[in-house]
Design a protein around this ligand. Structure first.
Ligand code: CA
Length: 478
């Protein structure tokens, strides 16, 4: 089912227009628990419930079967800005996080979510929820950026980008428990199993309040190591389907090696899936499933051979160290699933273009929280309730300012049929690191044929450019 909306609307307007539905939801299911499962570098194509026959994801597939699957769920092309968007309901340029925040860089390691920024946690805490983050934060490293400063009652995980090889084996980077570093924390099993133990404990200790749990799983982010055999066994000896590299002679890798990479990517996803299953079982055993709204979303997409790349918006050309700044669907399209028994029809599918910026407005709508926040996203509640005739956005625009590794400021507009991406330098001129792109997604969903310079499509290009420039002006993009 496809809905259309012509104009942007602030959350205040959305709340006003959706009042009756919100009241209905409130009366039927007052203040559900909210579980936001965020996997890391997880492309939409890498979930069984989205049609992948190779990957073993029975628990993600259960969420798809029992809830609503969005076929066009967008987010940012890399980690930190994606996390800013889902937590704040704002495009990441609004909070000054254009790219991932590297902890090894002394200049930018002082960056983070601006103190005082409202998040899902501050809003739901104000509404009476107990709030928790288990897992990855990646919105700043110093004490002023601790998750507790942004509404989280509980925060456990690692402050850094991703646990690396060391942390997986001997735990040299301290584990963070409630704002206190635990340098002697014992890593007796895979960190996702440890974090899931903590998530289950958070749910079991929920008390009388409804809870908001942001379960931010580090997988399947690189490096792909130390995954338990029980998660690898699904792929042993299997002739996994991999992208055809014949169109990408620049990719310096054999098909066998590419298949091995795919095996590792899938094993990491299955490890995440198994642990998601443990959390869902906890909800079942505590009789909380029907009272819990679950979002399952990837923080950004990923290519394992698509476009000849390995990675996301700052992917490398396979087998090389050359970076390819991009906003391909494989980098910005993610699994985006919502389950709320009794409210969301099981097995429903929506083709509207939604984004992680829509999550917080949805939660404000559902909980009827009074707020003066002006957010970029809009409430998904009428779509989740399969209301007919809902007006929705006709196009989705976003940016990705790649500022580390290689500089390229990308500006994207995507409709059902077309995608235009401008690649600019810091001065707004064409970037030396990427050509402007125009793809016909109906004829070329793999975004392989760039039509930007084709005279046959110059009218389409100009129309999209005009809309994109209007969005850039309306949303204060610099
Ligand atoms: Ca990521």
């Amino acid at each position: 089912m496809i809905y259309h909306l012509r104009s942007a609307a602030s959350v205040i307007v959305v709340m006003g227009t959706l009042g009756p539905f919100a009241n209905l939801a409130h009366a039927e299911t007052p203040r559900p628990n909210v579980l936001l499962i965020y996997t890391d570098d997880h492309a939409q194509w890498a979930v069984g419930g989205y049609g992948n026959k190779d990957v073993h994801t029975p628990h993600m597939d259960r969420l798809v079967a029992d809830g609503m699957r969005f076929t066009r769920g967008f987010t940012k092309a890399v980690c930190s800005p994606s996390r800013a968007m889902v937590l704040t309901g704002l495009y990441s340029h609004r909070v000054g996080i254009p790219d991932f925040i590297p902890h090894g860089n002394p200049v930018v390691s002082g960056n983070g979510l601006p103190p005082g920024t409202s998040t899902i946690a501050t809003v739901l805490k104000q509404a009476g929820y107990r709030t928790g983050l288990i897992g990855k934060w990646h919105l700043g490293y110093g004490a002023k950026f601790y998750p507790q400063k942004f509404g989280f009652d509980v925060a456990e995980g690692f402050r850094y980008i991703a646990p690396d090889k060391e942390i997986r084996s001997v735990g040299k980077i301290p584990f963070l428990l409630d704002g206190k570093e635990m340098p002697r924390f014992r890593y007796d099993k895979q960190h996702t199993d440890i974090l899931t133990d903590r998530a289950i404990k958070f749910i079991e200790n929920r008390g009388e309040q409804p809870f908001f749990l942001y379960l931010s799983i580090y997988l399947p982010h690189l490096p792909w190591e130390a995954i338990p055999d029980e998660d690898r066994k699904h792929y042993e000896g299997k002739n996994l389907v991999v992208p055809n590299l014949s169109r990408h002679p620049e990719a310096a890798i054999s098909n066998d090696d590419l298949r091995e990479l795919m095996r590792s990517y899938y094993a990491n996803i299955s490890c995440a899936d198994r642990n998601i299953g443990r959390v869902l079982s906890t909800l079942d055993s505590l009789d909380l499933t029907k009272d819990t709204l679950v979002f399952f979303i990837g923080d950004n997409g990923f290519s394992v051979g698509q476009h000849g790349l390995l990675g996301k918006g700052n992917a490398v050309v396979l087998g090389t160290k050359d970076r390819k700044p991009n906003m391909f669907d494989d980098s910005v399209l993610v699994p985006f699933v919502a389950r709320w028994p009794g409210v969301i029809e099981a097995g429903s599918i929506s083709d509207v273009m939604v984004s992680t910026i829509d999550v917080l407005p949805t939660l404000i709508d559902i909980t009827e929280t009074e707020t003066q926040l002006h957010l970029d996203g809009r409430s998904l509640l009428p779509i989740l309730k399969s209301q007919r005739g809902v007006k929705w956005r006709d196009e989705y625009c976003d940016t990705y300012d790649m500022t580390y590794l290689k500089e390229d400021h990308m500006r994207m507009i995507r409709t059902d049929e077309w995608k235009l991406v401008l690649h600019l330098n810091a001065a707004g001129k064409p970037s030396p690191h990427g050509r402007h792109e125009l793809f016909n997604l109906s004829a070329d969903p793999g975004e392989l044929k760039n039509l930007y310079d084709s005279d046959n499509f110059s009218q389409v290009r100009r129309s999209l450019e005009a809309k994109l420039h209007k969005w850039i002006a309306d949303y204060d993009v610099r």
